[in-house]
Design a binder for this molecule. Structure first.
Ligand SMILES: O=C(O)C1=N[C@H](C(=O)O)C[C@H](O)C1
Length: 312
């Protein structure tokens, strides 16, 4: 495993996105980004065996952050990530504006990015030709390689299997975060082998990696981080009994964390552990009390006590 994917360049070795990536929450306090909490959480998670961090993904409530806030989050995470690689979330629906943002993220003076986690254009629902143009033009504008974020239930844009396979021919497009909800597409991409397939639905982590996927981007892994890493390591070692034993206790937790819109339930548990306030930006809402109580009971009565991530 290459420990530190390098920015894309024609003569550079292909970057390696395998392993576990944590899409960080963005802590808020009194309506502002709480950089002290973000720094503490980043520093705490970095030594847990993860591959790296995603800054400003959907879990990071990027849609509710200004561009300046996003750059400030990137700076804070870069300063506390112990040199781990960083992916920056990028989304939009205005091609020229998004290209400008991609260029800005690649500018000298900003933390070097291992890649951009790039969603299909949201709301506008272009044809597959339009989807291809979106990724092709943005990849061409980026020095950092692209991880295609396939998440039709958030964007409204389906990225068809053939479109992903066509995009795989482009040197700047190297991986996919798979939330596509199509097991056949997942398997076809793994079999094709040109794009590294990262599970983007936490509940799919085991199946995707067992079938040959390269890793996962999983919000749940803020909690019990070392156990998530152990699942991937056991799968990598083809040790199915060990992988299953590590995985099964995580499943009810993952179900609970996604029973209401992410990152509401996750932030509630992180707040109970003292990592951040239980605060989201509207229109996102904190998790319901009923779900929080269910999650607390799950942790209290199950195999996974609610503890600080690095100690789990
Ligand atoms: O921010 C992310 O990246 C993730 N987002 C997904 C979502 O909420 O749609 C969940 C996944 O765990 C990672």
């Amino acid at each position: 495993m290459n420990p530190n994917p390098t920015p894309h360049a024609p003569d550079a070795p292909p970057p390696d996105f395998s392993g576990l990536w944590i899409p960080l929450v963005t802590p808020f306090a009194g309506g502002r980004v709480d950089h002290a909490a973000l720094a503490r959480l980043t520093a705490h998670l970095a030594p847990a065996g993860i591959r790296g961090f995603v800054v400003c993904g959907s879990t990071g409530e990027a849609a509710a952050l200004s561009k300046e806030e996003q750059l400030a989050c990137l700076a804070t995470v870069a300063a506390h990530a112990s040199g781990l690689p960083l992916l920056m979330g990028v989304s939009g629906s205005h091609l020229a504006d998004t290209r400008d943002w991609v260029c800005r993220l690649n500018a000298p003076g900003l933390p070097a990015l291992a890649g951009l986690l790039m969603a299909a254009p949201h709301y506008v629902r272009p044809s597959q030709d339009g989807v291809r143009q979106w990724f092709t033009e943005l990849a061409a504008a980026s020095r950092a390689p692209i991880v295609v974020y396939d998440i039709p239930y958030r964007t409204g844009s389906v990225i068809a299997r053939d479109t992903l396979l066509a995009l795989a021919a482009q040197p700047g497009i190297r991986a996919v975060k798979d939330c596509g909800g199509d097991p056949g597409k997942t398997l076809a991409l793994i079999a094709d082998g040109r794009l590294q397939v990262l599970a983007g639905e936490d509940a799919q982590l085991f199946a995707t990696v067992a079938q040959g996927g390269a890793g996962a981007i999983a919000a749940s892994a803020h909690l019990h981080t070392r156990r998530f890493v152990a699942v991937l390591q056991a799968l990598d070692a083809s040790d199915l009994p060990r992988a299953r034993a590590a995985w099964r206790p995580l499943v009810p937790l993952i179900e609970g964390l996604f029973a209401e819109p992410n990152p509401g339930p996750l932030k509630a548990l992180l707040a109970l552990e003292g990592w951040c306030a239980n605060e989201l930006r509207a229109p996102m809402q904190p998790a319901s009390q009923a779900l929080v109580e269910r999650l607390i009971a799950l942790q209290r009565d199950g195999d996974l006590p609610l503890t600080a991530p690095a100690a789990s």
